[in-house]
Design a binder for this molecule. Sequence first.
Ligand code: FAD
Length: 502
Amino acid sequence: AAVDNAPAIVIGSGYGAAVAALRLGQAGIRTLVIEMGRLWNTAGSDGKVFCSTSAPDQRSMWFRTRTEAPLATFLWLDLVNKDIGRYPGVLDRVHYDHMSVYVGRGVGGGSLVNGGMAVTPPQAYFAEQFPGVDATEMYSTYFPRARTMLGVNTVDPTWFESTEWYKFTRTSRKAAANAGLKTTFVPNVYDFSYMQREAAGTATKSALAGEVIYGNNYGKKSLDKTYLAAALGTGNVTIHTLERVRAVQRAADGTYTLTADRIDVTGAVVETKQYSCTYLFLGGGSLGTTELLVRARETGALPALDASVGAGWGTNGNVMTGRANHIWDTVGANQSTMPVMGIDDWANTANPVFAEIAPLPMGLEHWISLYLAITKNPERASFTYDAATDSAKLGWTAAQSAVSVSMAKKLFDRINAANATIYRYDLFGDNKTFADDFCYHPLGGCVLGRATDNYGRVKGYPHLYITDGSLVPGSIGVNPFVTITALAERGMARILAEDTAP
Ligand code: FAD
């Protein structure tokens, strides 16, 4: 196949990739972004780009015949999941033996499907996780830069206290306060002025219409509207979609060669392309980047990759749970899908937990308080290459998930005891009270300072870089995209200053 040359190639278009694309474009370097998902900018027959959560169609999930929503059941009935057509939909659930990982697919990666919570970790915990990074500089320069670029804003506290759309959050806050626990507002990239217009009936509803995991049609500042729009605006950046990079090699002259499969909307490979570049940036996310490099090392394509490539992976301690409130503690039929508050017990050294108060918009009163807990689970797993399937297998075990559950359980047992309430048994299947078999926050696999130097330069391979969540060592204590973005900003500033000088 013909070789298509670009000075710089970025694989993926999530947070790390989007930062790389913008900063390369601004530096005047012609850059090609290769994304396996589609560009989400064209309305379907219903006039909307994304499908709704209540009536999902082919646009919802990545080549599935049935949706696989995080909450499979309600009152033990399979009310949530629906049959759909196979299509490159926006949300993927990647299955490993004891852990499923949700990721976004499309131009914008996870920003298309996530809850928009834009949280900066406590500086002390960041410093603990990244001992080789100057935390003072991160908090004075790169975190603020990331927040500004991402369009982070906060809910108006007066509106929050009065609106029916956040009754569920206020009810969970009261239950936490009864247990002596602190809650804190968390910023978001959803435009809260737009949300207030939704509530007033003067703007088309998105967050107030249940939209989130299958994409928001309005209101959310996903990466295609921020970093990637700015990257395209430099005139130096091009994006190819529906192309999945399968192999990375290094040529004798030190340039990198990529093999990519271009697929059509049925998933059939319609063309296999070769690309070549001088600078290669890996932004396929924790799963995507780690798989590419584990495969490259084990097939002999990049044999000098460090032994730590594939290691140091964690779930950010993710575990989900639901509580049943008393009949008088209503959560409301109307719920905004954008979380704005967390229970912050991270400073409790005996059992650090940060729990996001999550929405469960069902259009009817159900008295459920739902939470996504981030626990300080120290367990880590590794990816290994499976030649039979040419894919990376994750060695995470059920016992490692149980560590997250026991930490979350300590916190929610306290809340239940203080409120004389119980867990919900009907939400996650098998009468489980904690969902411990999936996560939203895959982190690690190519940890900063181990698989790479302290800026994301891959050890052993000049001009090969990592910019995404695979750099984060398995845990960051809060929702991760602000940290991923800020670390990418830091890495790109250094790389552009030192490595690409003419
Ligand atoms: P990603 O955003 O995952 O982007 C990687 C991109 O690369 C994808 O588009 C993928 O299709 C593409 N790709 C991968 N491999 C290849 C390949 N071989 N070839 C071509 N393309 C490839 N985080 C928060 O901070 N706040 C939240 O509120 C929040 N809520 C979430 C809710 C959900 C439902 C989910 C799934 C995640 C949530 N997250 C949240 C997590 C957050 O979205 C991720 O941490 C973040 O997107 C990771 O960024 P990244 O740059 O590492 O990669």
